[in-house]
Design a protein around this ligand. Structure first.
Ligand SMILES: Nc1ncnc2c1ncn2[C@@H]1O[C@H](COP(=O)(O)OP(=O)(O)OP(=O)(O)O)[C@@H](O)[C@H]1O
Ligand SMILES: [Mg+2]
Length: 269
């Protein structure tokens, strides 16, 4: 798509992108609620869940929370889950910890991870936090074993809080019998839903602002159309908003209308 729409609307950069910086994240009431819950789980050394629809802002919320944990006090181990075995997950964790070890032994890998957690928390007095994004992809066999990673001194020391984020089936998977040891350590959970129309308007203005546009370009009907078309979800809203801005610029209209949003929607799945 041509970039002339940016010039047309006087934008300093591409609007509605995924690569916003930490400071540019809109701190919504939901993000505040997630922050509180994650901090609570970290204090207790327990498990917190962040679930939500696709593109609702889970990873962004995690980024906000993690980005605001002071690096001198916290060591966050962030991994994006795969549908692989627990061995694969352990390797990801070890890799993220910067440890150079290759092994096929689950026992050795867990021992290595736990030693490092102990060294960080006892030796260096840091709070270690394991964050697993896309945790809804994890196999049930992984859920059945994952809690063992968080057990120190017969489960009396909460050295490794765990934050799991993923789609809604994460909760369903945790309700299986084999997942119960892990599920029983969950102390807080938050579900991200599509936002209401008012919050969507705030969201659209926020991203326009990031692109250097200080006025709203969306007519009331266009805001409603983006909100409805996206089901209140941010990623889809990004695509509808950007697409409709392009459509408006093409027809040399200074405001985006519901019709522009409808045109943008025809490009999306
Ligand atoms: N708080 C926010 N402030 C600004 N932009 C946001 C915010 N939350 C989400 N976004 C925008 O929405 C996009 C999608 O959000 P994100 O990737 O966090 O969703 P997700 O729920 O993790 O999606 P998936 O289910 O695919 O993992 C981001 O790339 C970003 O552009
Ligand atoms: Mg995500």
């Amino acid at each position: 798509m041509s970039e002339t729409y940016r010039t047309f609307f006087g934008m300093q950069r591409e609007p509605f992108t995924a690569d916003i910086s930490l400071r540019e994240i809109l701190v919504t009431p939901t993000i505040k609620a997630i922050t509180e819950r994650i901090q609570y789980a970290i204090r207790l050394g327990a498990v917190a869940l962040v679930t939500g629809e696709i593109g609702s802002g889970k990873s962004t919320a995690l980024r906000h929370v993690i980005g605001n944990l002071h690096p001198s006090k916290y060591r966050v181990i962030y991994v994006t889950a795969t549908s692989g075995s627990i061995l694969e997950l352990y390797r990801q964790v070890i890799n993220e910890m910067g440890i150079d070890i290759t092994s096929n032994s689950r026992a050795l890998l867990t021992k290595t991870i736990k030693q490092e957690v102990l060294e960080l928390s006892q030796g260096k007095k840091m709070k270690v936090v394991l964050v697993i994004d896309e945790a809804s992809l994890l196999r049930l066999t992984v859920f059945a074993e994952l809690h063992t990673l968080t057990q120190f001194e017969n489960d009396s020391k909460p050295f490794l809080p765990l934050i799991l984020a993923g789609q809604n089936n994460l909760v369903e998977n945790l309700r299986f019998r084999d997942s119960l040891p892990l599920a029983s350590r969950v102390v807080a959970k938050k579900h991200l839903q599509g936002v209401d129309r008012e919050a969507m308007e705030t969201y659209l203005d926020h991203h326009l602002n990031l692109a250097g546009v200080k006025i709203s370009l969306f007519e009331e009907g266009a805001v409603t159309a983006v909100h409805q078309g996206a089901g209140g979800l941010f990623r889809k809203a990004n695509h509808l908003a950007r697409g409709s801005i392009i459509a408006a610029a093409k027809s040399e209209k200074t405001m985006v209308t519901a019709e522009h949003v409808r045109l943008a929607a025809t490009e999306l799945l």
